[in-house]
Design a protein around this ligand. Structure first.
Ligand SMILES: NC(=O)c1ccc[n+]([C@@H]2O[C@H](COP(=O)([O-])OP(=O)(O)OC[C@H]3O[C@@H](n4cnc5c(N)ncnc54)[C@H](OP(=O)(O)O)[C@@H]3O)[C@@H](O)[C@H]2O)c1
Length: 281
């Protein structure tokens, strides 16, 4: 059987690290797209020693930096004929408003825009690999409304949790648009909520979210459990009919009504093309 080639962002900790480890155990070739290559190399060695799979590669990719994403894409294009699975997993929340190198609000830059450029630029490889694209979203999308007219939070007072939830709504828009635009090419796309998972993402939260964190900590699931739906979407056969859908606990789940807004979805696509210079192929 040919080896399945999987590229994953945010494979250095939490859900992404476990996903990379378990897919390596199943024999996938893993391309870890990481911002910190020293950390990436350490995790790579851990994966090799725990799984015996040596087909693990580290590619530098700061997803919040469009030039870094473009360099990673060039590297992957130089190394690979095709990609079978792309897992857009890296993500974070920012308590205080920060701007990316390109001048975008950080949550938007990392959780959506960088992954948009990555996915669109890898399209030739994804088409050759008849790829599944998996976007790690969140139940946080339920309370979100798009902020297209104020993406840099210049008119609205910045709230980290709000920015995070909006970015996770955009992950669902992106998933549905990918399924719609590329369905004919054999590419499929899925979004998921991993559960409330005890990972480093909670380290930075303050204020009310910090109190909430301490209250819910005993009930939070492990990264192993949190990775289950991503691994399911990467490995389960015959998911084609479910392309564009949102999953929880390895099952299709309903999104919030807001996530079904086709006009908003198209608007996000147009904005993202304009901001990244990527063109739909
Ligand atoms: N934990 C939860 O309860 C929960 C719930 C719903 C959704 N999610 C989603 O699950 C995904 C994974 O999060 P997690 O909980 O596993 O958190 P995590 O342990 O903090 O892992 C986040 C990963 O993203 C990477 N990353 C951060 N900024 C990056 C950048 N600029 N470029 C490239 N990689 C970057 C981190 O790299 P470093 O190792 O270098 O920091 C790390 O590998 C996220 O999309 C998150 O929104 C999590």
């Amino acid at each position: 059987m040919p080896v399945i080639t999987t590229a994953i962002t945010g494979a250095t900790s939490g859900i992404g690290k476990i996903t990379a480890m378990e897919l390596a155990r199943k024999g996938h070739a893993i391309y870890m797209l990481v911002r910190n290559t020293n950390k990436g190399e350490q995790v790579k060695q851990e994966i090799i020693s725990q799984t015996g799979n040596k087909d693990i590669y580290v590619i530098e990719c700061d997803v919040a930096d469009l030039q870094s994403v473009a360099r990673a894409v060039d590297e992957l294009k130089g190394k690979l004929f095709g990609i079978n699975i792309l897992i857009n997993n890296a993500g974070s929340a920012f308590v205080k408003k920060e701007l990316s190198k390109d001048g975008f609000e950080m949550t938007f830059a990392l959780n959506h825009l960088g992954h948009f450029l990555l996915t669109e630029s890898l399209m030739p490889l994804l088409k050759k690999g008849q790829a599944r694209i998996i976007n790690v979203s969140s139940e946080g999308h339920r309370s979100a409304k798009p902020n297209f007219d104020d993406l840099k939070w210049e008119q609205t007072p910045y709230k980290g949790i709000k920015a995070y939830n909006i970015s996770k709504l955009y992950n669902i828009y992106f998933t549905k648009s990918l399924a719609e635009k590329y369905g004919q090419t054999g590419i499929t796309s899925y979004a998921l909520h991993p559960g409330v998972v005890l990972t480093n993402i909670w380290d930075k939260v303050t204020g009310f979210m910090r109190i909430l964190f301490w209250l819910i900590k005993p009930f939070m699931i492990t990264p192993e459990k949190g990775a289950e739906t991503t691994i399911y979407l990467a490995t389960e056969p015959r998911l084609e009919q479910k392309s564009g859908l949102y999953f929880k606990k390895c099952k299709v789940a309903k999104t919030a009504p807001n996530a079904d807004n086709g006009a908003a979805r198209n608007r996000l696509w147009e904005i993202s093309e304009k901001l990244t210079g990527a063109k739909t192929k």
